[in-house]
Design a protein around this ligand. Structure first.
Ligand code: SP5
Ligand code: ZN
Length: 362
């Protein structure tokens, strides 16, 4: 093993609260399949980073509920916090996860008379969830809150002067919108960090999303706001989840027009193709002239062997991608999103964050 680099260790913010968020199953194509989004994901990333000697593990600090409420509607927060208890009180089997069965389509309801929702939060779940792949268990709400605190603690470290802090968020966040959960996400960690930057005086914040999936939640939250630039590289939604957003034609609206940039990637995109598209995203970020650290939604589900990916990245590509992002010159708050090839997650995280870390130090 090579000796640890002489740079000071990078903060790695992580918590064990996520271990109690283990969803068991998700529904896909009419079948119950084991959750891709498992606790082991975070454990292997943490252990691999610590084994390099380049990271120092730190627990998140409690930042309270206000930062979450600055991004999510109170009804959604109430749902996430209370849905499990309501279901159990109504006889739900505690050994099984909760998944919605009936979805409220708001466009449709808005044209009719819907002026109330069912009393039990579990009966309301389909009004606040957009897919059948986001199971809720007893430990979900506490894990989601801890993931937010992880992101905000990573932000604190960067505002205190670190060039890079890594938040090992689990559950991930970028699919969660103002009033919708989905895509294994409950609270939008990256959006909450960006909003927190604005509340602390930043005027322009850029979010770069390199998870394999389009961050439909982050896009929605900042869709009509010009002070946050959202740039996402992702599998082409014409064939890839979340299907209904992430097309290049989506550019934001109102004050946010031009502050959303989607870079969908064709199947089989390799490291060179990826870095080419990334250059376009980085140019947009440079031109935006943010006055705040870069918020990075970091997924490793772009990896060729990821079970839900169709790109062709290999481990060495992540070091290049990390180095490219570092070349922007911004300090980085890196927050974990997806990545499901558990056996490769540790190496991919070490490569990516190593490239970023060395680039920011150099
Ligand atoms: C944070 C994040 O990466 N969320 C991704 C959510 C994707 N959920 C739907 C997965 C669709 C799975 N397709 C399975 C193909 C099996 N061959
Ligand atoms: Zn993803």
């Amino acid at each position: 093993m090579p000796p640890p680099s002489p740079l000071p260790p990078t903060p790695l913010i992580a918590s064990d609260a996520h271990l109690a968020h283990a969803g068991l199953v998700e529904l896909y194509a009419g079948r119950e399949i084991p959750c891709f989004e498992s606790p082991e994901r975070a454990t292997v990333i943490r252990d691999a980073l610590l084994a390099t000697g380049d990271y120092r593990l730190e627990a998140p600090e409690d930042h309270g509920p206000d930062a979450i409420a600055a991004v999510h509607e109170l009804e959604l927060i109430d749902l996430v916090e209370g849905v499990w208890a309501d279901a159990i009180a109504d006889g739900h089997d505690p050994a099984r996860p909760l998944l919605p069965d009936t979805f409220l389509l708001r466009e449709y309801a808005a044209r009719m008379w819907l002026d109330q929702l069912p009393v039990g939060r579990h009966q309301r779940l389909g009004a606040y969830c957009f897919d059948t792949a986001t199971p809720i268990v007893a430990g979900t709400a506490a894990a989601a809150r801890a993931a937010v605190d992880i992101g905000l603690t990573a932000l604190d470290r960067v505002l205190e002067g670190e060039r890079l802090a890594y938040g090992l968020c689990r559950p991930p966040g970028h699919h969660a919108g103002r009033n919708l959960i989905g895509g294994y996400c409950f609270y939008n960690n990256a959006a909450i960090v960006a909003e927190s930057l604005l509340s602390r005086g930043a005027e322009r914040v850029a979010i770069l999303d390199v998870d394999f999936h389009h961050g439909n939640g982050t896009q929605q939250i900042f869709w009509d706001r010009g002070e946050v630039l959202y740039v996402s590289l992702h599998g082409d939604p014409g064939a890839i989840y979340p299907y209904y957003s992430g097309y290049a034609t989506e550019r934001g609206a109102g004050d946010g027009e031009g502050a959303t940039l989607n870079l969908p990637l064709p199947p089989g995109t390799d490291g060179d193709g990826y870095v080419g598209a990334l250059e376009e995203g980085l140019a947009a970020i440079a031109a935006f002239e943010a006055d705040a650290p870069l918020v990075l939604s970091l997924g490793f589900d772009t990896y060729h062997a990821d079970p839900i990916c169709n790109l062709s990245l290999v481990t060495d590509d992540y070091a290049r991608i990390g180095a490219s992002i570092a070349s922007l010159g911004f300090s980085v708050v890196a927050l974990q999103e997806g990545g499901y090839a558990v056996d490769a997650l540790g190496a991919n995280a070490v490569a990516f964050l190593g490239g970023l870390r060395d680039g920011l130090a150099g």
